[in-house]
Design a binder for this molecule. Structure first.
Ligand code: PLP
Length: 426
């Protein structure tokens, strides 16, 4: 069996059919924006390896931080013990995130960060005498991860809830906000979608929290909506004793052109989930942050303790990587980088507007999307990668890129040429 045959027979890949494995490249190494395949082909990672490889692959500052930490303390349990990487990362996170979020729960992956956030909401409501508040409201076309509670608030259609009927919790869904970030805000609550939120919270007294991705819906459709929706949603949630959870696992750390998507708004969530780019993509890690109201609410209730504690909580290697990545962000260079990405993408993708089959072209910060009027094949895109020199993995109708921030002008031009080629051929 060749290595690739072994892979096809034994290794499950994300969202794939083991009976009909799709085409797969063997990657031997990666550096900066580039991944190198076993046959020597070099491809630009136009996906930032699923949106996390912020400063490029194998960034020397991050790999050094991991090496140094590896030589001292690769791991130790977090129960009853603590360590400098966790503390230093915590200080850094508090400096960067909305000021009310003072309590940090470190965990392993984005989905777990969402589980933790949802559990915090339920435990908080229980602690403040609202034990019936165990459900969630969310907007359609969202994505929050693949574990059970996270899945229950993913879009019911693209998340295939019918397949899991009886296994996945039933939640409340309202339409996604209708006003786009590039359009003028519409005050009318029926038109802007807030009437649905208000009615749902008025009618149902079993809702613990409103959970959504702020401003940018990622996997659910790459949709960018008006931040004013969130400002007003905050007030509606407050009026009904419902918490507000922002899932910034995709949008955090500069991707939308602001450090956090929350920074497009004038409000702060009660609970914030971070992941993906937290370690600059170098190692799996995530966290859930909350305010004193929620944390102390849980702490002063029954049983007081928060019922979660992963084995690898606050893993020192991951904390060190995240601290190094946040140090790189602290230079502020990401602002110029994301502005450059959006300016260049807007110019170079303008040609797509008039191409047959293209429904919409949109750019925000370090995200550029060509939405087609039909579903496109990721396998076909895979087949074109060696010709374009860019690795792209479209989903649904969306051909898109989230390039590493460090991409040069030439590399970005190569990515936009590849996007246009895919839009023409898929
Ligand atoms: C990717 C993603 C998740 C899940 O993160 P994993 O690390 O894959 O578990 C959750 N929410 C959003 C918005 C995401 O983009």
């Amino acid at each position: 069996m060749t290595p690739l045959e072994f892979d096809q027979h034994h290794l499950w890949h994300p969202y794939t059919n083991v009976a009909k494995p799709g085409p797969t490249f063997r990657v031997s190494e990666a550096e900066g924006a580039w991944i190198t395949l076993d046959d020597g082909t070099r491809l630009i990672d136009g996906m930032s390896s699923w949106w996390c490889m912020l400063h490029g692959h194998r960034h020397p500052v991050i790999t050094k931080a991991i090496h140094d930490q590896l030589d001292r303390l690769p791991h130790v349990m977090f129960g009853g013990l603590t360590h400098d990487p966790a503390i230093e990362l915590g200080r850094k996170l508090l400096d960067m995130t909305p000021p009310s979020l003072q309590r940090i729960f470190y965990c392993d992956s984005g989905s777990v960060a969402v589980e933790v956030g949802m559990k915090m909401a339920v435990q908080y409501q229980h602690a403040v005498g609202q034990p019936q508040r165990t459900k969630f409201v969310t907007i359609r076309s969202g994505y929050h991860g693949d574990t059970w509670k996270a899945m229950s608030v993913c879009d019911p259609v693209t998340g295939m809830h019918h397949l899991f009927q009886g296994a996945v919790s039933v939640q409340y869904f309202i339409d996604k906000p209708s006003v786009r970030i590039t359009d003028d805000w519409i005050e009318d609550d029926v038109q802007n979608g807030l009437a649905q939120l208000r009615q749902t919270l008025e009618r149902h007294e079993d809702i613990a929290a409103f959970i959504l991705e702020p401003v940018v819906q990622g996997t659910g459709g790459m949709y960018f909506f008006h931040p004013e929706y969130l400002n007003q949603a905050r007030a509606i949630c407050d009026a009904h004793g419902v918490l507000l959870i922002f899932d910034e696992i995709a949008t955090g750390f500069g991707r939308t052109g602001k450090l956090f998507a929350t920074d497009h708004t004038t409000i702060e969530p009660d609970i914030l989930c971070l992941g993906k780019a937290l370690t600059g993509g170098h190692i799996s890690f995530a966290c859930t942050m909350t305010n004193d109201r929620v944390a102390l609410g849980i702490g002063h209730g029954e049983p007081g303790i928060f019922m979660h504690g992963p084995t690898f909580m606050a893993n020192p290697l991951a904390c060190a990587a995240a601290k190094a990545s946040l140090d790189l962000l602290s230079t502020g260079e990401w602002q110029d980088q994301t502005r450059r990405i959006s300016d260049q993408m807007k110019t170079e993708l303008a040609a797509a507007h008039t191409m047959p089959g293209v429904a919409d072209v949109r750019v925000l910060g370090g995200i550029a999307v060509i939405e087609m009027d039909h579903v496109v094949s990721a396998d076909k895109a895979h087949g074109l990668a060696k010709e374009t020199g860019v690795y792209l993995r479209p989903f649904g109708k969306n051909i898109y890129t989230m390039p590493p921030f460090i991409c040069s002008t030439e590399e970005l031009s190569q990515i936009s040429a590849a996007l246009l080629r895919l839009a023409g051929e898929l």
